[in-house]
Every structure is written in structure tokens, then in C-alpha cells.
Design a protein around this ligand. Structure first.
Ligand code: HEM
Length: 195
């Protein structure tokens, strides 16, 4: 599936509302995350290493969600886990991995991060037309999931790393990029004016 054929994927859609922060605001957030240009380079080096392994990465993450009922609940209705919902999100999740590793953090990217945050909060379920799943992903779970999302990436990066230092550089860059993303997504959860 190419990016343009993934249902519900709207990165680059000019109809999306713009981000609330501009390039200077993003530069501040990047500075707070210690996400330098060297990290962007490391993410781009990781991209071709991870590209052929995206499905295995997703298997690992879905295995994690699936083995924790409190997480699986976000994808479930009264009939149990919604397989169509899980599959629809999985396709966009895979694309998110590729987009994050492309590290082209421009205005379109920022606008889509706002949308992804919204989709975990007051825009949840609408994209896939899901009825009966919880209306919000609890924010504490989003923050906590940073740890497995980062930890589990390491062995996949190791498969293509030149040496230990290269692995460390790519892995730290991944940590920073995921924290940056979740900081942006937090807008959907935080009291007006407090984000
Ligand atoms: C660091 C933490 C997390 C990351 C990186 C992440 C990543 C993503 C991505 C990339 C998407 C698809 C966005 C799109 O539509 O393009 C998504 C959607 C979703 N995620 Fe997360 N997520 C995180 C935390 C969580 C947690 C803790 C849960 C709870 C199980 C969760 C449940 C969901 C659900 C239900 C959707 C679909 C929302 C909708 O209805 O559109 N996420 N997530």
C-alpha cells in the first residue's frame, strides 16, 4: 500500500487545519528535545534499515497492545477487539514509522501531528467510522507507550547498524523523534492555553 492509498491518511492534505505552532515554535520544541540536525541525519540513516522490517516492527507493537487488555480496550467495542479498526490503524502506523524516519519536519508534518493527536482524543474513531469503541485513548497510556515504542526499535536498528556507536546514534534519535511527536499530540489533551 502506498501512502496515497492508505485509507484515512492525510499527511500533506491542504484541507487539514494548520498546526498551532510555526517553524520557530517547532525549533524551540526540538531544542527542548535535544533533537539536532545530526539526529535528523541519524533518522534518515535508520529509514532504509527499518523500511524492509516495518511489518515485523508492527507485529511487535501490535503484540504488545494485544497482550495488554487495558490497551486493546481502545480498539474494542462490546463485541471485542475490532479487527477492521486494528488493520486500518496498522496501515497508517506503518506509514507513520516511515514518515518519522524521513525526518522532514515541515508545516505539513506539523499539521498532521496535530491531526494524529486529535485522533487519539476527540477525533478518535471517526476516521475509520468505528462505532462503540472508547471515545479517547487515555493520555497517560500514550505517554507510557513511548517506552516500548522506543525500546523495541533497538534490535531492528541493530540489524543494519554499522557498529555500536551508529546503533546508539540512531536509537537516541528515534527516542527524541517519538518524544517530539507525543509532545505535539499532547495539544489535543491539554487545557486550552496550557499547551
Ligand atoms: C508513543 C505512543 C503512541 C504512538 C507513537 C502512537 C502512534 C499512532 C499512530 C501513528 C496512529 C495512526 C495515526 C493516523 O491516523 O495517521 C495511531 C492511532 C491510534 N492509536 Fe496510537 N500511538 C501511541 C499511543 C497509543 C496508545 C497508548 C493507545 C492505546 C491503545 C493508542 C491507540 C490508538 C488508536 C485507537 C488509534 C486510532 C485512532 C483513530 O480512531 O483514528 N495509541 N497511533
Amino acid at each position: 500500500m502506498t501512502a496515497s492509498t492508505i485509507p484515512g491518511y492525510r499527511y500533506g492534505d491542504p484541507a487539514l487545519p494548520p498546526a498551532s505552532i510555526d517553524a520557530a515554535g517547532l525549533a524551540d520544541l526540538r531544542a527542548a528535545c535535544l533533537l539536532g540536525d545530526d539526529d535528523l541525519a541519524a533518522l534518515r540513516e535508520a529509514a532504509p534499515i527499518i523500511a524492509p522490517q516495518v511489518e515485523q516492527v508492527l507485529d511487535t507493537w501490535y503484540g504488545f497492545v494485544g497482550s495488554h487488555p487495558f490497551l486493546l480496550a481502545s480498539f474494542s467495542t462490546a463485541n471485542g477487539p475490532d479487527a477492521d479498526y486494528l488493520a486500518a490503524v496498522r496501515a497508517r502506523f506503518g506509514q507513520w514509522i516511515r514518515d518519522t524516519l524521513r525526518a522532514n519536519f515541515d508545516a505539513d508534518w506539523l499539521a498532521y501531528q496535530r491531526e494524529i493527536g486529535r485522533r487519539h482524543a476527540d477525533g478518535k474513531n471517526a476516521t475509520d467510522g468505528v462505532v462503540g469503541a472508547p471515545p479517547v485513548v487515555p493520555f497517560r497510556h500514550v505517554v507510557a507507550l513511548v517506552v516500548p515504542i522506543v525500546e523495541t526499535m533497538r534490535p531492528f536498528l541493530a540489524k543494519g547498524a554499522r557498529d555500536a556507536e551508529h546503533l546508539e546514534r540512531m536509537h537516541r534519535a528515534w527516542l527524541k523523534a517519538v518524544v517530539l511527536s507525543v509532545a505535539l499530540w499532547a495539544e489535543a489533551y491539554v487545557r486550552e492555553g496550557w499547551w
